[in-house]
Design a protein around this ligand. Structure first.
Ligand code: DGY
Length: 329
């Protein structure tokens, strides 16, 4: 094989051996080097490994930061960065562009898995699933009672979606099965052509409202917006308090869309019937206050974690770099 057909990719995480073999069999000339561990690489460690390997591309995760301070120090060999995620808020895309580095993510692939887990959180928080489970395993179930662990009725309730992108739409689609009305806020209202996503299935398209109205009107609020200047701490104390007192709030977007201190404070004051969180402000750290609240259902950022979806995400992240390499040829 010609030297120029060889491509080296460095992955900041240990990818499954079977996947690496599948990818290497599929792309002749591919050398895929994975770290030995499955813990996030800090800035210095990442740079040290990349300097030593001098790869063409780097596969990262949302836990590795590629901001301008890192991008500016990458070796010349690096021409593409690919993240095993849809969110790219951990990458400075502008700095990459300036250095001629392509940036790739894995949209589409994780839509359905993430929408499913959103509903797991909506249901768990609305119907007090974790409280019920704890009652059973701690031997505190004293028999059926007319008032035991009463939760929120979803049928007829209003679901407010912040961020009606792919995942937000897939969450909205599922809401019809629960008999819910859906309203949403997005950077801009859907085009008529986008409404076909719903009308083709004989579903009413969700109604566009302001964030203020969404908070005022929703019984369940589900966050799916990308993290950017507009969405950072969008749910601060005032906004949290503007939600219905017995609302359920679910966050599948990024932790910093909510001010976590304010959330703990409002929960402690009795606001919200429940919350369901898959993401946190300082991951993997979780605010101690959240752990003390029974109405908070907490998951460790596993929105897209089905075997099938993660396999597709990991291979797509590698394939994107190989395609970038071939296109540049
Ligand atoms: C993403 O893709 O951004 C998710 O948060 C990872 O599952």
């Amino acid at each position: 094989m010609n030297q120029k057909d060889k491509i080296k990719i460095f992955a900041t995480r240990k990818l499954p051996d079977a996947l690496c073999k599948e990818l290497q069999d599929c792309h002749s000339g591919l050398e895929l080097i994975c770290t030995e561990t499955d813990t996030p690489l800090g800035k210095d460690e990442l740079l040290k490994r990349v300097e030593a390997e001098e790869p063409y591309g780097i596969v990262i995760t949302l836990a590795e930061k590629c901001k301008s301070d890192v991008v500016s120090r990458l070796p010349e060999s690096v021409k593409a960065i690919s993240t095993i995620a849809v969110g790219t808020d951990n990458i400075d895309s502008k700095a990459c562009k300036e250095r001629g580095i392509g940036v790739y993510n894995t949209p589409d692939l994780l839509t359905e898995a993430t929408a499913d887990l959103t509903w797991a959180l909506i249901l768990a928080a609305s119907r007090r699933v974790i409280e019920g489970h704890k009652m059973c395993v701690n031997n505190r179930f004293a028999g059926w009672s007319p008032t035991l662990l009463m939760g929120k009725e979803l049928n007829g309730a209003t679901l407010g979606i912040v961020g009606l992108g792919r995942i937000g739409k897939a969450v909205a689609r599922r809401a019809s099965g629960f008999g819910m009305k859906v309203i949403y806020n997005n950077r801009k209202p859907m085009e008529i052509s986008e409404e076909a996503y719903f009308t083709d299935l004989n579903l009413n398209p969700p109604e566009y409202v302001t964030v203020d109205d969404l908070c005022r009107l929703s019984d369940v609020i589900s966050l799916h917006c990308p993290l950017n200047k507009e969405s950072l701490k969008l749910f601060d104390e005032a906004r949290l308090l503007s939600c219905k007192k017995d609302a359920v709030l679910v966050n599948m977007a990024r932790g910093t869309v909510i001010d976590e201190n304010a959330l703990v404070k409002t929960l402690k004051s009795g606001h919200f019937m429940g919350v369901g969180l898959d993401v946190y402000e300082n991951e993997p750290e979780i605010h101690k206050g959240l752990m003390e609240i029974d109405r908070a259902v907490l998951l460790p950022h596993i929105g897209s974690a089905t075997t099938a979806t993660r396999w597709k995400m990991m291979s797509s992240a590698v394939n994107a770099i190989v395609e970038h390499f071939r296109d540049m040829d």
